[in-house]
Design a protein around this ligand. Structure first.
Ligand SMILES: Cc1ncc(COP(=O)(O)O)c(C=O)c1O
Length: 382
């Protein structure tokens, strides 16, 4: 199988991820922070170690401000539903995932919040000036994806963060796409809330993600329960990270994620990015040569996190993906990728898009095989 669906979840994981998860499950997977016995303490230390290392990866000064979640969706719900109230106005972009749009639509329906969607250029990249112009007296949050999961376009998040900070508005960055191959420094980017998936570019296992909440930002807690702290109290502890970490943590997942990030640090973000860019560009250039192909991703790699979004005339995207899988053993994702507003922007609401998302473990040989497969498929429509 040639796996080119790393934007959905990365595969394979680095060997050290499998090793540490197995070691954890076999030797120290007690409940962290829930007991005084040796194994529980060891599990607790492993979680703390991961929290410190992952914080340092994003330049989060206080690791206690980083909470583990089961994915980016949970992190985004915590930030959006916990941070917005009636009467607020939000600014967001035309390339957001449904894990941003659906919580916003729910709040619009239930509390009448208002939001402005900034339209972008042909690839969906927005102009930060349009954000500036859309700020109102009651704007309380600006939400942007780091990179689109549909076509890989990278947003000007440095500028967006600057605009938000200057206006005193909370900036929520969805780093689900791009983390692991784009350098993220929450201080430099002036990020107030950072939501991320652990299982995509960060190379951790499924069931992992996190949210960083900058000191001074208050969010309501959406899920109260046992935290192993203040157990005599009927009220949720208000200190971090316990405030957002009710229930038993995913210890094997968290230590696996930590190893994914250690792998990235060892290889370096630059090396991983260059490899993904080399493969993505080769793929896009090859596909462009195919008669009847359409390309929706930028060939300018500095503005593409590593996604080739394409279609072939005469086919529905799901048909192409199915043929790639069944006849050529190539894994891609077709359809709407949980981002209908991005498809509206790209004009693909009728047939979706075939998304190729190479990862660090893909090879040039695999990419060339994919181009040949697409050529053969395109000839079927003639
Ligand atoms: C841009 C973006 N945001 C959020 C998510 C949700 O991530 P998760 O599956 O970790 O909840 C995804 C998943 O594809 C995504 O691409």
């Amino acid at each position: 199988m040639i796996y080119l669906d790393n934007a959905a979840t990365s595969f394979p994981k680095p060997e050290r991820v499998y090793m540490e998860m197995t070691r954890c499950l076999r030797h120290y997977c007690a409940n962290p922070g829930r007991g005084g016995h040796t194994m529980s303490l060891e599990a607790g230390r492993a979680v703390t170690n991961a929290r410190v290392k992952i914080s340092s990866f994003f330049n989060i000064k206080d690791p206690m401000r980083l909470c583990f979640t089961k994915n980016a969706t949970e992190a985004l719900n915590i930030a959006i539903k916990g941070g917005l109230g009636p009467g607020g106005h939000v600014i967001t972009t035309c390339m957001e995932h449904n894990s941003v749009m659906r919580p916003l639509k729910t709040l619009e329906k239930d509390f009448g919040i208002i939001f402005t969607i900034i339209e972008g250029n042909e690839f969906g990249e927005i102009d930060p000036d349009d954000i500036k112009k859309s700020i109102r007296r009651n704007t309380t949050m600006i939400i942007s994806t780091l990179s689109s999961n549909v076509n890989g376009i990278v947003m000007p998040v440095q500028d967006i963060g600057g605009i938000a900070r200057e206006a005193g508005i909370v900036f929520l960055l969805d780093a689900s796409q791009g983390a692991g191959s784009i350098f993220i420094d929450v201080e430099q980017l002036k990020v107030d809330l950072l939501a991320f998936s652990g299982h995509k570019g960060l190379l951790g296992p499924q069931g992992t993600g996190g949210i960083y909440v900058r000191e001074g930002i208050k969010l309501r807690c959406l899920c109260e329960g046992g935290t192993g702290s203040n157990s005599e109290s009927l009220y949720q502890p208000e200190f971090m990270p316990d405030y957002f970490e009710s229930g038993t943590l995913n210890t094997p997942g968290i230590v696996g994620l930590c190893q994914g990030i250690e792998f990235i640090k060892e290889k370096s973000i630059g090396k991983i990015r260059n490899h993904k860019h080399k493969l993505t560009l080769r793929l896009l250039e090859g596909i462009k040569e195919i008669k009847g192909s359409r390309v929706y991703s930028s060939l300018e790699m500095s503005g593409n996190s590593g996604i080739a979004a394409v279609n072939l005339d005469g086919f529905d995207s799901t048909e192409i993906s199915l043929i790639l899988d069944r006849e050529f053993k190539i894994a891609t994702r077709a359809g709407f990728h949980c981002a209908p507003i991005a498809h509206r922007k790209l004009g693909t609401l009728d047939k979706g898009i075939v998304r190729f998302s190479p990862g660090y473990f893909n090879t040039v040989y695999e990419i060339d095989f994919v181009i040949k497969a697409l050529k053969k498929i395109s000839q079927k429509s003639m």
